[in-house]
Design a protein around this ligand. Structure first.
Ligand code: CO
Length: 355
């Protein structure tokens, strides 16, 4: 697998802004690649903004769904004060300890992006005991350099405007990269590369379905409507998950490791994964000599937890690319893990293990 192609697409996807409910930039980008490269029999955007894709197999009744979410966590403006400062609420689960001093970008309808700084009481004006406490998000504000409510409103920023933290994409040693929104643009990257790989597969009987799903970070919304429409019989959610292989964490508490390949979930807080689907993944990984790891239970919720409850039920699991520091502006992952995740899903489709 070509790591350069994986890196280029990871940067492009990471740099796009798509806070939950506002994923059009990401969805349109993905749909344009699929259309331009002719990667699907059918691809379209549904009413909520999911990008749904069908690759017809010889068997219409055996339908395998791959799902990755297009949205990222962000912020929503909740109040504009007379001096032009913005108050905000989180969209999705942020580690609020890391917010102070960060730069936020707020796109507007006019196409202009505004930048703001997340501030709170200056350290010089707080007492030593106050400085030891965590600052709650209620005490924070965004300073966008405008000095009245009228100026803010004239700039197309209003209550309900959304933004996310600025975080450039940077190369690290050992094929590692850092950037924002790796949760779950990484899954989108995996699925786009998988679609490209499928051009070379002739022996695929199952009908393949893809949902590039909206609003996972809100309450896993797009996955529900997408799965209903696509009507799968098996499903794999492709995610980015917490590699806590860092100092101060005991091995028994480390869910997954960087560099050890795709992580197959046995269970998370939303699903007991299908043993049948996991067996098909593991046996095909062994045949293809593809590295994989088992993610320790039970951390996080995933789209798979919703997909399994579609119609009369869908055997489902989760395959994740390990990533450090998710739900912060600076995630770190290893490109080889993305490459091996693509290989694993391709082997799953080819299913030489005949499971
Ligand atoms: Co995610």
């Amino acid at each position: 697998m070509n790591l350069d192609s994986i890196k280029v697409l990871q940067k492009e996807l990471s740099d796009l802004i798509g806070v939950s409910g506002y994923e059009d930039e990401v969805g349109n980008f993905i749909l344009s690649i699929i259309e331009k490269e002719g990667l699907a029999d059918k691809a379209w955007k549904d009413p909520l903004g999911n990008i749904l894709v069908i690759i017809q197999g010889t068997k219409e009744s055996e339908r395998v769904l791959f799902d990755a979410h297009t949205d990222e966590i962000g912020f929503m403006v909740s109040h504009i004060d007379q001096k032009g400062f913005l108050r905000f609420v989180p969209v999705g689960g942020w580690d609020t300890r890391i917010l102070l001093g960060q730069t936020i970008v707020i796109p507007t309808d006019s196409g202009e992006n505004f930048h703001g700084i997340i501030g709170s009481n200056p350290p010089h004006l707080t007492s030593p005991s106050e400085r030891k406490k965590t600052v709650s998000i209620d005490q924070m504000y965004i300073d966008i350099g405008l000095n009245s409510k009228e100026q803010v409103e004239a700039s197309n920023i209003s209550v309900g405007s959304v933004g996310t933290l600025v975080s450039p994409f940077v190369d690290f040693p050992n094929n590692m990269v850092r950037g924002k929104a790796f949760d779950d643009r990484t899954g989108c990257n995996v699925l786009i590369h998988l679609l490209r790989e499928l051009k070379d597969i002739n022996s695929q009987n199952e009908t393949l379905l893809f949902n590039f799903a909206v609003q996972e970070e809100f309450d896993r919304i797009g996955t529900v409507t997408g799965a209903f429409k696509l009507n799968p019989t098996l499903a794999i959610a492709v995610e980015n998950t917490t590699a806590a292989d860092v100092p101060n964490i005991k091995p028994s508490k480390i869910p997954v490791y960087i560099g050890k390949g795709p992580a197959i979930s046995v269970a998370d807080k939303s699903i007991i994964s299908s043993p049948h689907v996991n067996k098909r993944l593991i046996e095909n990984a062994k045949i293809g000599n593809i590295p994989y790891q088992i993610k320790k239970p039970m951390y996080g919720k995933t789209d798979a937890g919703k997909i399994q409850m579609t119609r009369e039920g869908v055997k489902s699991t989760v395959v994740s690319v390990p990533c450090r520091y998710i739900h912060s502006p600076t995630s770190l992952l290893k490109l080889d893990d993305i490459s091996n995740t693509i290989e694993l899903l391709k082997a799953f489709i080819e299913n030489e293990a005949k499971i």
